[in-house]
Ligand binder design. Structure first.
Ligand SMILES: NC(=O)c1ccc[n+]([C@@H]2O[C@H](COP(=O)([O-])OP(=O)(O)OC[C@H]3O[C@@H](n4cnc5c(N)ncnc54)[C@H](O)[C@@H]3O)[C@@H](O)[C@H]2O)c1
Length: 265
């Protein structure tokens, strides 16, 4: 059965890639594109295909009423995503959320709203299948090598730090290790931030540079040995198989879904 998919943030770096991917998927129809910068822009200008062309909407409710989508895929920004997801769920539209930066209480509220409306909301901090495996491998390593730090590296346009993936990785490491290694009581921090941010005792370092896409290293230290688990997204297409997987599977779920691994297992 064909799935009608609406893309929010359709003129963004990720939204454009998602729109093209959906258009090329045999089981999906691109049913609406929303972006506040979309005035006067046509779908064909983004996807390159003039088949069933339509104008982009600048407002979500209007797009929903016009195009009747079943699933919304959101790649916007931390401020816009919560409102977009609420609107979609109230219209009984399944939500696949790639935008990072939602607060925990907002995620819980969206899960509740999804349940009340008999649909689901998937909050996916990373759609790259390799990145999900990196997190799972890191959790396994943490059982045996509890000393770990995370270095995440992204392009310089990324708004939020640290990345959602880094925070999730740190939480998974913290949950998997039996004991948190003791910090040095006599540590001297000569420059604020030198040891990075801290999530449940796991230090996270964020690097922002031109030329990067999305990369992460999880470094483990043990007695006389080290282990580095690294994942690289070289191109935004790396996220697309995960987006397709989530869009295809989400209608089988109700309430809150967290992480791509739900759809992988
Ligand atoms: N989960 C993942 O695997 C993954 C991968 C890459 C990026 N991201 C996240 O996706 C988000 C988008 O990243 P990007 O690089 O495409 O950003 P971007 O800035 O290139 O694009 C965001 C787009 O959203 C639009 N927008 C703003 N408010 C909107 C609204 N209310 N409704 C609809 N559209 C709106 C903007 O005009 C812009 O075109 C970020 O939060 C980023 O961290 C997640």
């Amino acid at each position: 059965m064909t799935i009608r998919v609406l893309v929010t943030g359709a003129l963004g770096k990720m939204g454009r890639e998602v729109a093209k991917t959906v258009e090329n998927e045999p089981d999906m129809v691109l049913a609406g594109m929303v972006d506040p910068r979309g005035e006067g822009v046509k779908k064909s200008e983004v996807t390159g295909s003039e088949e069933n062309d339509f104008a982009l909407d600048t407002e979500l409710t209007a797009a929903i009423e016009k195009h009747q989508p079943q699933v919304m895929v959101d790649f916007t920004n931390p401020k816009a995503v919560f409102q977009n997801a609420q609107t979609a769920l109230q219209h009984k539209i399944y939500c696949v959320i790639g935008t990072t930066g939602l607060a925990e209480d907002e995620i819980a509220q969206l899960g509740k709203l999804a349940e009340e409306n008999g649909v689901s909301v998937a909050v996916i901090p990373n759609f790259a299948i390799g990145a999900v495996l990196m997190m799972q491998f890191a959790a396994r390593a943490a059982r045996f090598m509890p000393q770990a730090e995370v270095i995440e590296l992204h392009h310089d346009q990324k708004m939020d730090s640290p990345s959602g993936t880094a925070v999730t990785t740190a939480k998974m490491i913290a949950a998997a290790r039996k004991a948190q290694p003791a910090a040095r009581a006599d540590e001297i921090i000569k420059l604020a931030g030198a040891r990075g941010a801290e999530q449940e005792g796991v230090h996270i370092h964020s690097v922002r540079l031109q030329g990067l896409v999305a990369h992460q290293e999880v470094i483990f230290g043990g007695l006389g040995q080290g282990l580095t688990i690294r994942h690289d997204s070289y191109d935004r297409v790396s996220f697309m198989p995960g987006v397709v997987m989530a869009v295809k599977a989400i209608q089988q779920h109700r309430g809150l879904v967290r992480g791509l691994e739900t759809f992988m297992d």
